[in-house]
Design a protein around this ligand. Structure first.
Ligand code: FPP
Length: 239
């Protein structure tokens, strides 16, 4: 398959870990553990396809409401995931980044994440963005607070508020909006993922549960995307 140069940013809502575990007669946490293989495939395939940004919805602002034991397990898994994979990711020139209220993470995973971001900060390959303690509404709220602060201190005036000035106050203003957002497990919702940035994203839903999601499924999603005519509310964008 030809590298699709139009596919710059892929967002994935990794859903269905719990149902995967139940269908195998296992505890929910086993589903989260099994998610790692799917993450590997996604990172590898996106890298091969010349995708520049891959955002994985790993933990939402709402996920803090899950049972404490599950939250602790996911946080521990995050830390061990980074520890286990950092050498490989760095060797493959992957730049690890994060989006969300990451200061809310426990200190262990947070320092592992910060070390990984520092270590891979100048890598020029795939930007692997982990959305952690991320919520689209929280992101917009935080941007509004920044804008209000900038008005209070006189840096800007109300008339300076534009879509661009709001975009520039999102968590990762240098990252282009996602071209496609993929959600696994048959659910057809955004669930507070990249609300501002997804205005014109193509949405792709699959019944495959995240732990079963492999490169061939991503290939299918990219092929589907390639066949869509992208429109931005004006004229056909010429593909
Ligand atoms: C959705 O499945 C999954 C989550 C809310 C957590 C995702 C966490 C990981 C993939 C592991 C940690 C992250 C990294 C980067 C190692 P669900 O539990 O909502 O499944 P269900 O809808 O079937 O119950």
């Amino acid at each position: 398959m030809v590298v699709d140069k139009f596919l710059t940013h892929v967002g994935i809502i990794m859903d269905g870990n719990g149902r995967w575990a139940r269908s195998h007669g296992l505890q929910r946490i086993e589903g989260h553990k099994a998610a790692e293989k799917a993450i590997h495939d996604a990172v590898e395939y996106c890298g091969e396809m010349g995708v520049e940004y891959l955002t994985l919805y790993a933990f939402s602002t709402e996920n803090w409401k899950r049972p404490k034991a599950e939250v602790i397990f996911i946080m521990t898994l995050l830390k061990s995931f980074i520890k286990r994979n950092i050498d490989d990711l760095d060797r493959n020139r992957v730049r690890i980044r994060a989006s969300g209220r990451i200061d809310d993470l426990p200190s262990g995973p947070l320092s592992e994440l910060r070390n990984a971001m520092t270590r891979t900060g100048s890598n020029k390959g795939l930007n692997l963005i982990l959305a952690l303690s991320y919520g689209g509404r929280a992101e917009i709220t935080d941007a509004m607070r920044t804008i209000a602060g900038d008005i209070e201190t006189g840096r800007i005036q109300t008339s300076d508020i534009t879509e661009e000035s709001i975009s520039s106050r999102m968590y990762l203003p240098d990252v282009p909006d996602p071209d496609i957002i993929i959600r696994t497990s048959g659910e057809q919702r955004l669930s507070n993922f990249l609300l501002w940035e997804s205005a014109y994203s193509e949405l792709y839903f699959t019944d495959v549960l995240w732990p079963d999601f492999r490169r061939e499924h991503l290939e299918e999603a990219f092929e589907d995307y390639r066949l869509r005519r992208r429109r931005f509310g004006d004229i056909d964008s010429g593909r």
